[in-house]
Design a protein around this ligand. Sequence first.
Ligand SMILES: NC(=O)c1ccc[n+]([C@@H]2O[C@H](COP(=O)([O-])OP(=O)(O)OC[C@H]3O[C@@H](n4cnc5c(N)ncnc54)[C@H](O)[C@@H]3O)[C@@H](O)[C@H]2O)c1
Length: 322
Amino acid sequence: MMLAAPETLSHVAVIGAGTVGSSWATFFLARGLGVTVWDPAAGFEVRVKSYIERAWPVMQRLGLSAGADSARLRFAETAAQAVAGAAFVQESAPEDTAIKRALYAEVDQALGPDAVLASSSSGLLISELQKGWRSAPRMVIGHPFNPPHLIPLVEVVGGPETDPRVVDWSIAFYKSLGKPAIRLNREVTGHVANRLQSALWREAVHLITTGVASAADVDTAIAYGPGLRWALMGQTMVWHLGGGDGGMARMFEILGPAIQSWWDDLGTPDLTPEVKATMVAEANAAAGGQTIADIARRRDELLIGLIETLGSIRGQLGPGVP
Ligand SMILES: NC(=O)c1ccc[n+]([C@@H]2O[C@H](COP(=O)([O-])OP(=O)(O)OC[C@H]3O[C@@H](n4cnc5c(N)ncnc54)[C@H](O)[C@@H]3O)[C@@H](O)[C@H]2O)c1
């Protein structure tokens, strides 16, 4: 296996082009790469093109890489045709092991001997997806956060058959495009970021359904409190700072017993029909009459502004901050 230097790639393939695949195509084009897209849905070309056209002004505002051109988009008639000649393939087919494996059966022989295939899967295990393919050593999970053309994070994990050099390469490739890619040393359901979100939300559901606070107030507590710091750094660095000059070790002296008592008291709700009904009602109340489209528009506007601001301060914040 002779992996190309990540920064020398000029072209990638995207197979499966719904919500996430279309966003990946937008992202790769904006980073100056040519992109060949394939999806089995009739008329996918029109859908993908219109997604990219709508997203392109934002990519221009955030900054295009040298040579970026939305016209460098190509469509393939088959999955095998899409991956032929591509050194990197981002797969974003439906979240179903059987569907993804059927797709891998189609592309396995067409993938070049040095080509890397990354799956966007949010929760499937790479060990299951890669089992038995010729290309298994060059398969990883490259899990984005939606939409990948705006949210920087990618989580990379290899399976038992993945060549460790391919995990290193994939991280270097995403980083070469400006994405802070993280490494999972072993596969785990839901990867890292979805598990973190779920842990936080489990406690939110507990607080809301046991009447401690409304969903609106719990969400305010996140967005106007710790959420502001979480946009800059993770909780470990937050509490390393919480210990003052003594860092994490001192923080345990100050807050350790309290944290243990909070952990001991955290809730473990199940998603019963009653809990779901309460959360649906609470979410609607928290929306306060705004439509989903209103909230999404406001989220997108604020998100783009935040990404612009963070982009201009990244690199000045030091270790622990990508
Ligand atoms: N939506 C998210 O928030 C999100 C975030 C991160 C990762 N992901 C992951 O991305 C992947 C795609 O999710 P999505 O939200 O874009 O779903 P989606 O339903 O929007 O898109 C899936 C696309 O796959 C196509 N498809 C159907 N059968 C296929 C096949 N056999 N081979 C290839 N493509 C096929 C469909 O036509 C559709 O365009 C999933 O693995 C999901 O877990 C989703």
